[in-house]
Design a protein around this ligand. Structure first.
Ligand code: FAD
Ligand code: ZN
Length: 228
């Protein structure tokens, strides 16, 4: 079976995000996948990129450079235990699912901190090993998130602007940079503001999508129209 890592960022199991997580765990397990969940708030995951991420001596203790220090620490096996554990989960996974509520057109800080700290140089990318040459090849990723705003608000003419501009930093800036292929995002718009019936519909749609997930082709997360 395939291995799936779900990186989950919501404080409340009874939330809509909690329900989406539960569905993914159940459906993928039913398919014979082995599913691991990093429940970031429950783990009290440290989002800050600091000196504490390096065990032992610093490469340059005169002037701290987080990127250089974590790169050097990775090479000598000197990253803190929580990072090593997350990197092991990423290394083993065929698919990374990120499940979270949209915060300020982006991911919650605790999840951004996971990206900042886990995707270290030498592990996820390296000198001239980025984008199609990134180090985490043969993996898939999927951003599954909820919003406060409606789908109309996130259209080209809408007040929030096209959702593709929200997706760009996550899909192209992070996953593609590390060589990870990107599946179509899964967006549940405004679960707080729709009817109970519509909420159930959205949850069913997620279950249905997961049933044929492994047949999906990765998307082009950097189509030309972005640059025009
Ligand atoms: P919840 O409130 O947990 O769920 C909605 C409803 O679904 C609840 O009534 C819940 O009981 C119900 N529910 C849960 N499970 C089930 C089930 N199994 N069946 C039926 N009903 C169920 N939004 C934007 O659009 N853009 C932003 O930039 C943005 N920035 C934000 C920044 C911050 C700091 C915060 C706090 C919010 C922001 N939001 C933004 C809004 C945010 O994205 C939404 O509040 C969030 O996505 C809603 O998801 P939830 O899981 O928390 O919903
Ligand atoms: Zn891309």
């Amino acid at each position: 079976g395939k291995k799936v890592l779900i990186v989950y960022a919501h404080q409340e199991p009874k939330s809509f995000n909690g329900s989406l997580l539960k569905i993914a765990v159940e459906e993928l397990t039913k398919q014979g996948c082995s599913v691991t969940v990093s429940d970031l708030y429950a783990m009290q995951f440290e989002p800050r990129a600091t000196r504490n991420d390096i065990v032992g001596h610093l490469h340059n203790s005169e002037a701290f450079n987080y990127g250089v220090e974590t790169w050097e620490a990775y090479k000598r096996g000197g990253l803190s235990k929580d990072l090593v554990e997350e990197q092991k989960k990423v290394q083993e996974a065929d698919l990374l699912i990120f499940q979270f509520p949209l915060f300020w057109f982006s991911m919650p800080a605790i999840l951004k901190g996971w990206m900042d700290r886990v995707l270290v140089q030498g592990f996820a990318y390296d000198l001239s090993k980025a984008y199609d040459g990134g180090l985490l090849q043969d993996k898939l990723s999927l951003f599954s998130f909820t919003t406060g705003g409606s789908q109309e608000m996130y259209s080209n003419e809408g007040i929030c602007g096209d959702m593709h501009y929200v997706l760009w930093p996550m899909q192209h800036g992070i996953m593609h940079f590390c060589g990870v292929k990107v599946l179509e995002p899964h967006i549940c718009y405004a679960p707080e503001n729709v009817s109970e019936e519509k909420r159930k519909e959205m949850l069913t749609a997620w279950t249905q999508r997961l049933k044929t997930l492994w047949k999906e082709e990765p998307i082009d997360c950097s189509p030309e129209w972005y640059f025009k």
